[in-house]
Design a protein around this ligand. Sequence first.
Ligand code: PLZ
Length: 445
Amino acid sequence: MVSSIESSVGTERRVVTELPGPKSQALHARRRASVSHGLTQGFPVYIERADGAILQDVDGNRLLDLGSGIAVTSVGHAVPALVDAVSEAVANFTHTCFMVTPYEGYVRVCEELAALTPGDFDKTSALFNSGSEAVENAVKIARLATGRSAIVVFDHAYHGRTNLTMALTAKNMPYKDRFGPFAPEIYRVPMSYPFRDGLSGADAAAQAIRIIETQVGAENVAALIIEPIQGEGGFIVPAEGFLPALSAWTTQKGVVFIADEIQSGFGRTGDWFAVNHEGVIPDLVTTAKGLAGGMPLAGVTGRADLMNAVHEGGLGGTYGGNPVATAAALATIATLREQNLVARARELGATMLAALRSLQQDVAIIGDVRGRGAMVAIELIEPGTMNPNASAAKAIVSYCNQQGVVALSAGTYGNVIRLLPPLVITDEQLADGLAVLSAAVRSAS
Ligand code: PLZ
């Protein structure tokens, strides 16, 4: 098996050229000629292989990964269990189309999704290729099952880049600008954002509900879609009580509560799903990213009466729940369990929050430190104000990159630095990454 070949990537960050190095620069020139300029450029070091929390580029630099490819490789890069499972699946068969001739891996992933997602009622799932596709399908299911059309979403929300999910996503630039017209019947209400609105969870929920009831009408609402911790929007953790109050309202009004756990799910926040921290039980949950360790797979899971209301043939797609991707998901879930990585996410979170809160005491540009488990962020402000400081965020990401640390920004105002390390990151690697990040923040202050 591939995983028995000894990895040469090592466990330490090591910068041996300028970044990006000469080979990366040459590749980047080819990219500029052949790849659409419409894709975000990020940090143009070209990766050749990876192991655990270390990415090795084509120039031999070893980078510490604090982003997990946007919350995907939670179990780490090139984890042997996953490599073996995927290799075996590829050798067996790569595709049949589950709708044509099915296979067990798809069924097993749906069994796992039913067992792991909150709520002990009958659940079924459908599998797709991307997070956006899962969110679109959750909307289709909710509309069909309720016979209603309005969808409620929140400020700062991110749900994807397809036409329907662009409409659900809040931020114009870069996601929506000039890509309209957008799908109708989408209504946006304020998110609980404790750092900026100062409201209790109950008050923020009452405000959102008042707007829905007066401007949309509860009886017109098919679904309310919310990220329990907003990802791209800036790791906004709603005030305690916000999610339970919204969930209670949806139950009372026959509205489908859809938790978009695409970024926050699968152990990332120190529980299997972020809604678990407040005991919220969604009607439908969307998953992707950390579900399959990097293979494209997404799911909609939830109440069987809603999921099964759809007529036969109403859901599907050529590749959804591909046999290689489902094998990766089963290996990912087994690895999360065997290595106790959900608990590890809580430990990583405690370390990151403590380090960043202590840093906040020393610098004037960190307005807020927040997050749950291994989903932690700092929100940067202009000293002495609440004004977002996007230029500091840019400078910090670029400083980290120069030192060989992959760090991501986020936020409606582009002023948030988010940490999403692989859950297998070692204490030494995390300490190294936090030291670089602290130096970056001090230098931007
Ligand atoms: N819902 C909560 O975080 C994807 C987007 C990166 P896809 N977030 C990363 C980018 O710039 O495109 C995401 C998410 C939440 C839905 C999605 C969409 O998932 O797999 O990217 O389609």
